[in-house]
Design a binder for this molecule. Structure first.
Ligand code: FAD
Length: 447
């Protein structure tokens, strides 16, 4: 039996989800708090571009939109590291031919909305979800024109992001609802490196640039207009911090000294730094994600994570793909579909949340450490020789959608423990590519 389905939020995940549901014959209505971004200009300074990788690509391929997205995606083959001493190095993400993609959030969202509507979904903009009455299956929205409106719906998806109103309604009316919200002490601010005067990129185009500085970092992803969107991940308080860089002079002096090459490419640094918002970074874990056969959280609403593995959206897209597989398997049995969805995705959401937190330390600090680079060289060699036995954690998460996040997390912990022992072996710098090291790793892996 086909259903009238309500989705709260026409962001990346809500829009994609509607496409899968419409294709199965359901009648989908999406309610979005904001105006239609296809008609209005997006506000600057909030995660302008995103890294799209294999898990997200798999879902976009399933709904047949990936070819259009490739046209607006810029491949990034590795990390381009800008060290404090001015030297630069390039660290490939995986094997030859493996890359992640820089994609404009706005363009991606717009294309997903266009396809959602083409497939039959109706999107109601300027509709902010404010309450849900679970007994009456009624959901209410605040609108600028008509005040409060209420709709009845027997199946609702909360795809309204990290600060989900649907989740709050679920939480307030659910006995023993588990909820954990964790903010790191770092915020982020977006800045720009504009194109060169001749319209070309001012730095290597096909890479994700990182300026690792121990406790904090600057990163930059390329855009199709030849600019880069930079993101400064920085402490809120202390020295240095967003709080301490409180004058133009202090800001300039700090950037000139700390991010010298980037500073020269940022003509609007002061204006952007003091105008663009400083945003916080939250991890949200909760349980249950579902209510019988009538409600499920999906995407960031179910599992908001910090952005250091570039996986939040990819994970949300994978949610939709997994749900689609369950619809295929269980037909109209929504009790089973939602129950299985939660069983499968909750451990995966928890795993990628941990991996993402760990990756902050790797990006801001370790990528500049020669010992870490040696470890990565050993791991790459092992992967080359034993492609099925040793897959580096980054590759498991980013390039291996067949491996669940929860398995990738377990494997990563085990591999890291082995590598810690190997890196502590005497003379590792000299014999890193010897058979002795290889044998030591393999023994621990199977032991
Ligand atoms: C700085 C930063 C960088 C990131 N980089 C990456 C990356 O490189 N790769 C990656 O995979 N992920 C990345 N992410 C994560 C990614 O942005 C999110 O995982 C993704 O946007 C989640 O999609 P979503 O649709 O679940 O939520 P959102 O994109 O937040 O969409 C939610 C939608 O719901 C709407 N909404 C909210 N409240 C209501 C309400 N009450 N009623 C109606 N509508 C409502 C919102 O307006 C919005 O349109 C990054 C995140 C940040 C903060």
């Amino acid at each position: 039996m086909k259903k009238d389905v309500t989705i709260v939020g026409a962001g990346l995940v809500g829009s994609l989800l509607s496409i899968y549901l419409s294709r199965r014959g359901h009648k989908v209505s999406i309610y979005e708090r904001r105006p239609d971004m296809r008609k209005e200009k997006m506000s600057a300074g909030r995660s302008i571009n995103l890294a799209l990788s294999d898990r997200g690509i798999k879902a976009l391929e399933e709904v047949g939109i990936m070819d259009a997205i490739r046209e607006i995606a810029i491949p990034m083959h590795g990390r381009f590291i800008h060290n404090a001493d001015g030297n630069t190095t390039f660290q490939p993400y995986g094997k030859q031919g493996q890359f992640i993609n820089s994609v404009s959030r706005g363009e991606l969202n717009k294309k997903l909305m266009d396809l959602a509507e083409k497939e039959g979904a109706e999107i109601f903009f300027d509709h902010k979800c404010v309450s849900i009455d679970w007994k009456a299956n009624a959901i209410s929205f605040e609108t600028p024109g008509s005040g409060l409106i209420t709709r009845n719906s027997k199946l609702i998806f909360g795809a309204d992001g990290a600060y989900s109103a649907a989740r709050l309604q679920h939480q307030l009316q659910h006995d023993r609802f588990q909820y954990q919200q964790y903010y790191i002490d770092f915020g982020y601010k977006e800045l720009t490196i504009p194109p060169a005067e001749d319209g070309s990129f001012r730095m290597e185009k096909n890479a994700l640039h990182i300026w690792p500085r121990g406790n904090y970092m600057l990163i930059a992803l390329p855009n199709t207009d030849s600019s880069f969107t930079c993101t400064l991940f920085f402490p809120f308080d202390g020295e240095p911090s967003f709080a301490s860089l409180n004058t133009k002079e202090k800001l300039r002096a700090f950037f000139e000294k700390t991010f010298t090459d980037a500073f020269r490419l940022m003509p609007k640094l002061e204006e952007e730094f003091f105008t663009n918002p400083t945003s916080s970074l939250v991890t949200v874990k909760c349980y249950p994600w579902i209510r019988e056969d009538k409600f499920a959280l999906i995407g960031d609403a179910a599992h908001a994570i910090v952005p250091f593995f570039g996986q939040g959206m990819n994970c949300g897209f994978e949610d939709c793909s997994v749900l689609n597989g369950l619809m295929e398997q269980y037909g109209d049995d929504w009790t089973t579909i939602l129950e299985r969805f939660q069983q499968l995705r909750k451990p995966d959401g928890d795993a990628i949340a941990e991996l993402a937190l760990n990756n902050f330390i790797e990006m801001r600090d370790k990528v500049a450490d020669p010992k870490f680079l040696l470890q990565k060289k050993i791991e790459a060699r092992l992967h080359d020789k034993y492609p099925l036995k040793w897959i580096p954690a980054y590759s498991q998460v980013t390039f291996s959608p067949q491996i669940r996040y929860s398995d990738a997390f377990r494997n990563a912990m085990k591999q890291e423990a082995i590598m810690q022992q190997v890196m502590a072996m005497p003379d590792i710098d000299r014999k890193w590519d010897s058979e002795e090291i290889e044998a030591a790793v393999l023994k621990r892996l199977t032991g």
